[in-house]
Ligand binder design. Sequence first.
Ligand code: CTP
Length: 404
Amino acid sequence: MDMDWKGKTVLLGVSGGIAAYKAVEIASRMRKAGAEVHVILTRAAQEFVTELTFREISGNPVNTGMWEKVTHWNVEHIALARMADLVLVAPATANLIAKLAVGMADDMLTTTILATHAPIFLAPAMNSNMFRNPVTQKNIKDLQDRGMEIIPPSSGHLACGADGVGRLPEPVEILSRVEGYFCKAGALQGKKILVTAGGTIAPIDPVRFIGNRSSGKMGYAVAEAAAKRGADAVLVSGVSALPDPVGVRTIRVETTEEMLRAVLEEFPDSDAVIKAAAVADYRVKQVAGQKIKKSEGDWSIELVRNPDILHTLGQQKTHQVLVGFAAETQNLMEYAKRKLEKKNLDFIVANDVTAPGAGFQGETNIARMIFRDGKVEEYPLMQKTELAAAILDHVERLLGAGME
Ligand code: CTP
């Protein structure tokens, strides 16, 4: 991937782990590529690598503490936070991650990160038990939810003698992740991308409802990725425990009819719609105003059909790229193709929800994309965030084709 580092000011934070030596190569590569590199070393990092090395490699004074004699008035922490086009922390230790997760600012690096508006990339590296510890995982998740980019550690032999996950990836790998981000940034500028996610529910009475197993993860990942590419991203979300994605205008609904209403309002000026929601096809005919009390014998509920939101959009579409999902347990290709035709879609993302690693609750999915011209693309097991990127690549391509 080719990214122009020229004119970019990068803040490289190094915290105290054995992998800190790899940060030297990261700084060197970024500078050679034309970036202006400023390094901040934490107290512990200075036990592993020296200020002198980074000063020579970056060509700039290195920041090590908050209280040393000021030699460059314009390089105090707020100035660094302001001038950075991106912040990369490699390695990011468990301790640093924990401090960032709670918003602590007790040294130069944490203070700068708290003050910056620049995109922040963290490359965690630590012993695998520390990495897997639920508290570290939760901290990472919290930071991700707040919009930080996590560059996942790789597996292999760790300095502590054990094998496992926790190694800092190679510098070229880390840099290519950062480059990928900047190549995509702005690719959907000026486009309105409407996404639906989560499950809609059918209320029975004030305390009960019929729902489904959708977690919302797939659609939330698409909406967040669209926002990162510069789109005006709007998410109409059914029931989901996930927090509003960063940078996305999120509208929460519960029933299919509410989702239809919200989607129709946003549809006319949208450029693309990605319908990842698991929509309840039926609703309860008579929703009780009061809690239904149990009685002897069985109970049956009469259900009536809900409108098909995507089908409605397919009929109303003027210029919009329409993407649907098909979650099936059998005859995947046949059912998915039928939905593509019937709902007038540009492509459909089909997945067999019975396959291990695919489906509603997990972080991963296995998908095929089926296009109008009959082309089929198969994807291996991948993170939902990666699949979101693949979906948006196709949306971008189709939007581009429409402009010619
Ligand atoms: N969908 C929708 N409105 C509905 C039902 C589904 O917009 N009432 C959308 C979903 O968001 C998804 C696609 O249609 O993008 C396919 O959903 P799915 O439930 O798999 O298919 P259905 O059309 O409901 O067909 P079936 O129940 O026969 O599988």
